[in-house]
Design a protein around this ligand. Structure first.
Ligand code: SPV
Ligand code: MG
Length: 669
């Protein structure tokens, strides 16, 4: 596609402004002239071959174009009869160079980039019209019917006429017909009319669509008054702001394309989503916030980068008040729909607009995302992530998983809430649930090899950090090996409890015989584990059973202090009381002594306390230790019973997940 710019005219209505150069060299801002703007926009939109017809001051014009040094292939065609003919003859002079699709424009036309871009992207031939501007008295109008331009001229004031400008995109077949007619006119010496006179005679032979740009700028400059109006509109356009928000840590061609589109609407301000907000609805970011921010700051044409703390745009929109928010249309459904609704409502409060571009699904991007998830699931990356989540969020949640499938549920369950989203941060590999899934009691009967097999199954299909329930840790001599094996597998934390002998589940409390380990022995086990540890990210958490075994708060706190001093990276305090007060009291007392070591709780019994309340009290990890197992088994028992009762499976179907859905739970490689 080539551009043809008609610059042979005299421009005498501009007065002194055109006494030394052609009109197209008139400055429209401190940075650009009409022509430099046209050429820059053509270049930005992929048009590199330009034909400029010249007339008076042609050498000034040629030198000026050279001085712009735009790297465009510009050919100049002089109309030797410029002062006695109209541009129909200039086109005729250039006809040999015009054997292509053509963007045709008058040399005094100023338009916003999106107008040119949209017309270039339109599938057929088209001419710029406006349905919102009044019909100009002296300038071009287009008679439009059925969406197509039938006539163009200054004389049409009828109701089916629209304001129009000499900005066309002409596909070769349409252009050929018009150009032949132009040639016929010029060869029969009819050279003083508009080229549109030839077009009008074709009576619809060329299919030129009336491209309605409404209020967007596309005006010619004939007089100093026009210049003032256009310059004011341009400065308003240049001060427009556009807001986009990104959560990505990988910039790809799709992002660059939408950033380029957004830049054409005004100064682009990019909101970079905080780590915490990303973790809440997507996956763990590969790069922390500061690095992602720097990445956007270094993209050409982004004028400012700010943090967006939540998935909700509201706070940033209310403070920045951008003219436009730009987004792909992929948020019309799903988790982001409510965020989109809120954006629309917020923009409406001050007259901002949402611009959505079609979202193009891209296999390469899906592949990159898959690889990212794979990378996140590799042991070295996965292991360190629990610490990072704790740093970023202060409080992490973990949900029980005992198989690949339950791991996938913890990995993929996301709930939309209050304009945001929530998901679990980590997985808890419970000894109770792992044993139960194998039909065995929770007494350290399932050996480590088997427990590791469960970890392996889960690791294969997930990427979230893992907290492993290590029971008592076994013999110290064995525990040191366990630590290294867990590290190798990418587990982030092992929790061992200060019990000895035959371990029973804590929720039995004192109903069964259980022995607490001495402070000395357990401290030594922790210290040995820490010494055996090879990576810096792995954490050993000491679990205190004093409240479970009714040994009192003082004992619990004394143990917590001793185990912390022995090197424990975190402290878990457990209770089987419904009333959370002893847990909260422990947290208060421990925090008085130690402000930073993470505290872990397992609120199976004291389940009325919310995560927010735990966080406010000073807790850092909340583990939902058994809920998938406890909810899954009754459903399974019920299904088995229904089939037995009815001698068939039909009645059971209503409580079963459709097969299609269960298949969808498992991602295909
Ligand atoms: C587990 O889930 O195996 C635990 C937590 O150790 S509890 O069952 O509450 O003891
Ligand atoms: Mg356990």
């Amino acid at each position: 596609m080539k551009a043809l710019i008609l610059n042979s005219g005299l421009g005498h209505r501009m007065g002194v402004l055109t006494s030394e150069h052609p009109k197209c060299m008139t400055e429209i801002s401190s940075r650009e002239t009409i022509l430099s703007r046209q050429l820059n926009l053509l270049k930005r939109n992929g048009i590199t071959e330009v034909i400029i017809t010249t007339g008076y001051f042609d050498q000034v014009l040629i030198q000026y174009c050279e001085s712009l040094d735009l790297g465009l292939d510009i050919k100049f065609v002089n109309n030797p009869l410029y002062d006695s003919t109209n541009y129909i003859y200039s086109i005729y002079c250039a006809r040999e160079l015009l054997d292509d699709d053509i963007i045709l424009m008058h040399g005094d036309l100023v338009f916003e980039e999106s107008v040119l871009e949209d017309m270039i992207n339109y599938s057929g031939s088209c001419m710029k019209v406006s349905s919102t501007l009044p019909l100009p008295e002296k300038d071009f109008k287009a008679v439009v019917s059925g969406g197509f331009v039938r006539k163009v001229g200054v004389e049409y004031m009828q109701s089916d006429a629209m304001e129009a400008q000499a900005l066309y995109k002409l596909l070769k077949p349409d252009w050929r017909i018009w150009l032949d007619k132009i040639a016929a006119y010029c060869e029969s010496n009819d050279r003083k009319c508009y080229a549109e006179k030839a077009l009008n005679e074709l009576d619809g032979e060329c299919n030129i669509y009336a491209y309605d740009v409404k209020d967007r700028l596309c005006s010619e400059i004939d007089t100093p008054e026009d210049l003032a109006v256009v310059a004011a509109k341009l400065s308003e356009i240049e001060n427009r702001t556009v807001y986009m928000c990104f959560s990505t840590d990988m910039i790809h061609s799709g992002h660059i394309a939408i950033i380029h589109k957004a830049q054409k609407l005004g100064k682009l301000i990019v909101g970079v989503l905080s780590d915490e907000a990303i973790i809440s609805y997507k996956r763990f970011p590969l790069m922390p916030f500061e690095e992602r921010k720097a990445m956007f700051e270094n993209i050409k044409g982004i004028s400012r980068v700010v943090e967006q703390k939540t998935l909700s745009y509201k706070e940033n929109l209310e403070s920045i008040k951008p003219d436009y928010v730009v987004h792909g249309d992929d948020w019309l459904h799903g988790i982001q729909k409510s965020i989109r609704d809120e954006v629309i409502a917020t923009l409406a409060t001050y007259g901002g607009k949402l611009i959505e571009y079609p979202y193009s699904k891209n296999d390469k991007i899906d592949e990159m995302e898959k690889r990212t998830r794979l990378e996140l699931s590799t042991p070295d990356i996965r292991r360190g992530r629990l610490k990072k989540v704790l740093e970023m969020k202060g409080l992490a949640t973990a949900m029980e998983a005992h198989s690949g499938l339950t791991g996938l549920i913890v990995e993929n369950t996301v709930v939309e809430q209050d304009g945001g989203a929530r998901q679990f941060d980590a997985m808890w590999i419970s000894s109770l649930c792992d044993s139960t899934a194998k039909g065995k009691p929770d007494i350290e009967l399932v050996d480590m090899t088997s427990r590791f097999r469960t970890i392996d199954d889960i690791c294969e299909v997930t990427s979230k950090p893992i907290i492993f329930d290590g029971d008592t840790g076994g013999l110290t001599e064995h525990f040191v090996y366990t630590v290294r094996s867990l590290e190798r597998m990418g587990v982030s934390m092992v929790i061992i409890e200060d019990k000895t002998g035959l371990k029973k589940n804590s929720l039995f409390g004192t109903e069964v015989a259980q022995t607490q380990e001495s402070i000395e022995n357990f401290s030594a086990k922790i210290a040995a584990g820490k010494k055996a540890q090879r990576t810096k990210d792995f954490m050993i958490c000491a679990r205190i059973e004093s409240l479970i075994l009714e040994q009192g708060m003082e004992d619990a706190i004394a143990r917590a202090k001793a185990f912390t001093e022995a090197g424990a990276d975190a402290i878990m305090i457990h209770s089987r009381k419904k009333d959370p007060s002893e847990i909260l009291e422990f947290v208060r007392l421990y925090r008085e002594w130690n402000a930073t070591t993470p505290i872990v709780v397992v609120p199976t019994s004291f389940n009325t306390v919310t995560e927010e309340e735990f966080k406010a009290a000073g807790v850092n990890i909340v583990i939902y230790a058994n809920q998938l197992t406890r909810s899954g088994f009754p459903a399974m028992q019920n299904a088995a019973r229904l089939i037995l009762e009815n001698h068939r499976a039909k009645e059971c179907d209503d409580i079963c997940m459709p097969f299609k859905e269960i298949i969808r739970l498992i991602p295909e490689e």
